[in-house]
Design a protein around this ligand. Structure first.
Ligand SMILES: NC(=O)c1ccc[n+]([C@@H]2O[C@H](COP(=O)([O-])OP(=O)(O)OC[C@H]3O[C@@H](n4cnc5c(N)ncnc54)[C@H](O)[C@@H]3O)[C@@H](O)[C@H]2O)c1
Ligand SMILES: O=C(O)C[C@H](O)C(=O)O
Length: 329
């Protein structure tokens, strides 16, 4: 393995997710104990003092894999030469804000960051978007970075994927490691479709093992799709440690490859597979290898699944229309 540090940018680094994510990245959860990483942390000016405190804590951990940390508020300086950019920072929805206001506020952030990455990132850069609305933010960044291949952008649906595995494990008593080939389709929102009709538990079809269509339709799907809101309700703020963990899982599998006889869910640019309109950043079952991903082909989609995939991708098409109207893409 290379001993050259991987340069990893994290935006919104002084936020809640950042507080968990940075320590996972620095301690070797991404590429293991033998590959050093260098952190490049982007924040807005008013948050830089808090970020300095986080860096003091990173120093105090004396992580052997952490080869350096740079912080700042200038995207072009922070993204210079980065191999991986984890775009976490985004403006959360505040009281009285409409969806359009959120798209517009975050659109400005992802337009600027897409342009900066286009200008200064390393030629092998991979960009993972966690900040919401993740799929459409990724679309905005991708469109504003015309020199970076579109397949280098993805939005995070791995948290939903992990949530689905966990719910399925609890229902069936299986261990999470026995559960394979779960899929999240569509948007990282309440319209997402967590699909277990192709999933396996201990090598058997998961839907057959569950053998309870009503539980799938009325409990499993809404529980996974609305888990973010349930956590906000219980904790008073959105998921942070689990979102950070999923961000690491997604980046690690993207760079190092998904497991044999399994796949992961990633929101990536649609090539029209499974009737998802081309160009949308929509979640699919994908396999990954050497930093590339491939949509799993040939899965049979029945009427039940078709309706749910179509509903979520229609929402993504609406978001794309809204940001097009705002002149962001
Ligand atoms: N995709 C997912 O699964 C998932 C899961 C959980 C949360 N999220 C989303 O992740 C985002 C971050 O969540 P959080 O809990 O860390 O929020 P947070 O509010 O605690 O932190 C966000 C940070 O981003 C910073 N920021 C804002 N504008 C920025 C800019 N232009 N450049 C750099 N930094 C900027 C803020 O100063 C803040 O420190 C939110 O949009 C949240 O909804 C996504
Ligand atoms: O749902 C949210 O707003 C937060 C986050 O996207 C989540 O899925 O936990």
């Amino acid at each position: 393995m290379s001993t050259t540090p991987l340069k990893v940018a994290v935006t919104g680094a002084a936020g809640q997710i950042g507080y968990s994510l940075l320590f996972r990245l620095a301690s070797g959860s991404l590429l293991g104990a033998d590959r050093p990483i260098e952190l490049r942390l982007l924040e807005i000016e008013p948050a830089l003092k808090a970020l300095e405190g986080v860096v003091m804590e990173l120093d105090d951990c004396a992580f052997p894999t952490l080869a350096g940390v740079q912080i700042g508020a200038d995207a072009e300086e922070i993204f210079d030469g980065v191999n991986l950019a984890l775009l976490v920072g985004a403006r959360p929805r505040g009281p009285g804000m409409e969806r359009g206001d959120l798209l517009s506020a975050n659109g400005a952030i992802f337009t600027a960051q897409g342009k900066a990455l286009n200008k200064v990132a390393a030629s092998d850069v991979r960009i993972g978007v966690t900040g919401n609305p993740a799929n459409t933010n990724a679309l905005i960044a991708m469109t504003n970075a015309p020199d970076i291949p579109a397949e280098r952008f993805s939005a995070l649906t791995r948290l939903d994927h992990n949530r689905a595995i966990s719910q399925l494990a609890t229902k069936t008593g299986a261990s999470v490691t026995d559960i394979k080939k779960v899929t999240i389709w569509g948007n990282h929102s309440a319209t997402q479709y967590p699909d277990i009709f192709h999933a396996e538990i201990g090598g058997k079809n998961a839907a057959e093992v569950v053998n309870d269509r009503a539980w799938i339709a009325d409990t499993f799907i809404p529980t996974v799709a609305k888990r973010g809101a349930a956590i906000i309700d219980a904790r008073g703020s959105s998921s942070a440690a689990s979102a950070a963990s999923a961000t690491v899982d997604a980046a690690r599998d993207w760079l190092l490859g998904s497991a044999e006889n399994d796949w992961v869910s990633m929101a990536v640019r649609s090539d029209g597979s499974y009737g998802v309109p081309e160009g949308l950043i929509s979640s699919f079952p994908v396999t990954t290898k050497n930093g590339d991903w491939e949509i799993v082909q040939g899965l049979e989609i029945d009427e039940f699944s078709r309706a749910r995939i179509d509903a979520s991708t229609a929402e993504l098409a609406d978001e794309r229309a809204a940001v097009t109207e705002l002149g962001l893409i």
